[in-house]
Design a protein. Structure first.
Length: 606
């Protein structure tokens, strides 16, 4: 029987929730699991049972012989949904269906509130709106929730683009864009790239909302359904700030979300004090805070409107941090005392936020390389302005763009090999993953200022590839490679190797041919000063022949070697014809010549 407090509206919403594709599939899987199934140590179905579940439930198997349930994305999505919605229970290495599972399409014999809670658990997770929500997804949900009518995907993409104008470090590139243009630190995807990222994110979010029946699509527009409204109200109510919250709590709650959403969840907090009072609290906190917290507090304060002008005028009288207040007043046409160092002070503060926001695993030299690339010959001039800004951390920041690694960068083509005084050289070992008997690797000496795009060319020549296919470098936190917006790769044309592999022991991955997926491990073994008169890049050692292009990746190459070594194999003759060989022994997987590699590398230096 339905709960006593259930209303027709709740029952209708519960029916819609049960009918949405993710919950319907999760229910079907839970019923298949039934009274109990054994699990692996990863708490998923064993391979044989996972394969049977796929066959019974109409889920396509990616391979005939399944190694793990984790390899079937559709099955795992349904499994996770069933667990989140509490349709499945797991203890140890066994799972079973929850008793009294609701019937798809009818909540008459179930508790509507329990069904809606199950739907919310799954929806908030898969829509990236749970405990650590995606700022872009929050912006989209907020825009739909507050709109007076349906919105187009382009309007939703605009809501995402506005995130980059918040005055805080951008979650994509770590830059504070409205400060960065003072010294042109806008390196990144660029306006067109941001547009493409925003549009793609908006489309993905809309598809997810439609999948969960949280939105309905019209003629090129979308709007929230009753379920979507319930989702929005739940998400924003759960994050709402109490009136008595202190500034630190407020900033902690809003730091990673769009300002428009921040204003919504802080409505009670804002209504309990004047605009000037709110700004005073936020600025007082910001002055003693650092990094993203400082920027988030200032950005939120700047959005509280002209009623807060008295607080800004008070702060404008203070040196240093008062630069934010003077900038705010000037932007609204109010005359203030001219402070020549304000602009430099604000730039230094923005750079401090960027430095503080760097992942602990990333060396400051990443920022150092980016600044060096932008400032080039203006390093000394900009550094001098920063030193005289009066900012307490000015000397710390100046040490970043004027440190020794930056000053040793030489001008000219990164691939022009003649060494210059002070030039750094990277010793790299590049190993083809998964290939053995023999392994395939190269040890190279590379100019330290080389870009990833030029390094791609070096790897092609050194390994013996023919550059027929696309490529990508992966640093563990960002991908750089062949220009294709759909792949989500940042361009590698202007990214120096030192930005992604700053010192000995650092590693990056290079993948060539997204069909065969030839993965190369690149390890920085040593950084040294160039030998006067020597030319770079140069190969100093190596092992193993490069596999033929388009042979099917690691597995295909192993099969190819097996066929070539067996003249009786049915495919032996076809393989010889494909490789243009007279006999199998004409292909030697052990063949390697430093002289041949360096002959090819001379093309890179020319």
């Amino acid at each position: 029987m339905p709960a006593p407090s259930a209303t027709p509206i709740l029952r209708e919403l519960a029916n819609e929730a049960l009918s949405c594709a993710p919950l319907a599939r999760a229910l079907e899987l839970a019923r298949w699991v039934g009274p109990g199934r054994a699990l692996t140590s990863s708490e998923v179905l064993r391979p044989a049972e996972a394969a049977q579940a796929c066959r019974d439930l109409g889920i396509e198997l990616p391979v005939p012989r399944l190694r793990s349930a984790l390899d079937v994305d559709d099955l795992m999505r349904d499994w996770d949904t069933a667990v989140l919605a509490r349709f499945l229970r797991i203890e140890g290495r066994r799972a079973w269906a929850t008793p009294d599972l609701p019937d798809t399409g009818s909540s008459a014999q179930s508790d509507p509130k329990a069904i809606l809670d199950a739907w919310l658990q799954a929806a908030t997770f898969f829509l990236n709106l749970d405990e650590d929500p995606c700022g872009e997804c929050l912006a989209i949900l907020h825009a739909l929730h507050t709109a007076e009518g349906p919105l187009t995907v382009e309007q939703l993409a605009s809501a995402i683009r506005e995130l980059n104008l918040d005055g805080r470090p951008c979650p994509q590139c770590g830059q504070v864009h409205d400060r960065a243009d003072v010294i042109d630190l806008s390196e990144g995807p660029g306006v067109q790239g941001w547009d493409q990222l925003a549009a793609g994110h908006a489309e993905d979010a809309v598809l997810a909302l439609l999948d969960f029946a949280a939105a309905s699509a019209g003629d090129e527009t979308v709007r929230l359904t009753g379920l979507g409204t319930l989702l929005a109200e739940t998400v924003f109510e759960q994050r709402a700030l109490p009136p008595d919250a202190d500034a630190a709590t407020v900033v902690s709650a809003i730091i990673d979300i769009p300002l428009a959403v921040a204003e919504s969840i802080a409505r009670s907090w804002l209504s309990s004090r004047s605009a000037s009072g709110a700004v005073r609290e936020l600025l007082a906190f910001a002055e003693s805070a650092a990094g993203g917290e400082r920027m988030a507090a200032v950005a939120f304060a700047t959005e509280l409107g002209p009623d807060a002008a008295d607080a800004w005028r008070e702060w404008a009288k203070r040196p240093g941090f008062g630069a934010y207040a003077r900038e705010w007043l000037r932007s609204r046409g109010e005359l203030t005392t001219e402070e020549p160092a304000d602009e430099a002070w604000l730039v230094v503060d923005a750079l401090c936020a960027m430095i503080d926001g760097l992942d602990e695993a990333l060396p400051p030299s990443i920022l150092q390389a980016a600044l060096a690339q932008q400032l080039v010959e203006h390093v000394a001039d900009v550094a001098d302005v920063m030193r005289h800004s009066g900012h307490p951390r000015a000397h710390e920041v100046v040490a970043v763009p004027t440190g020794r690694p930056v000053l040793t960068v030489v001008s000219g083509s990164p691939s022009s090999g003649r060494s210059e005084p002070g030039m750094t050289v990277y010793q790299l070992k590049i190993t083809l993953r998964g290939v053995s008997k023999p392994p395939v690797w190269r040890r190279l000496l590379i100019p330290g200022h080389i870009t990833l795009n030029d390094l791609h060319g070096v790897i092609q020549h050194a390994m013996g590839w023919e550059n027929y296919h696309m490529h990508v470098f992966s640093s563990g936190w960002q991908d750089y490679g062949s220009h294709d917006p759909e792949l989500g790769h940042a361009s590698d044309k202007m990214v120096p190797l030192s930005q992604v592999a700053a010192g000995p022991g650092d590693r990056i991955r290079y993948t060539y041919d997204f069909g065969d997926d030839w993965e190369h491990d690149i390890v920085v073994e040593e950084i040294r000063v160039a030998v006067p008169g020597e030319t770079y890049p140069v190969c100093v050692s190596g092992k193993g022949a490069c596999p033929p292009e388009d042979c099917g990746g690691v597995g295909g190459y192993a099969w190819l070697k097996e066929i070539l070594a067996d003249p009786s194999h049915d495919e032996h003759k076809n393989m010889l014809e494909w490789l243009c060989l007279d006999a199998g022994e004409d292909f030697d997987p052990k063949e390697f010549s430093v002289t041949d590699v360096n002959s090819r590398l001379r093309q890179v230096r020319s």
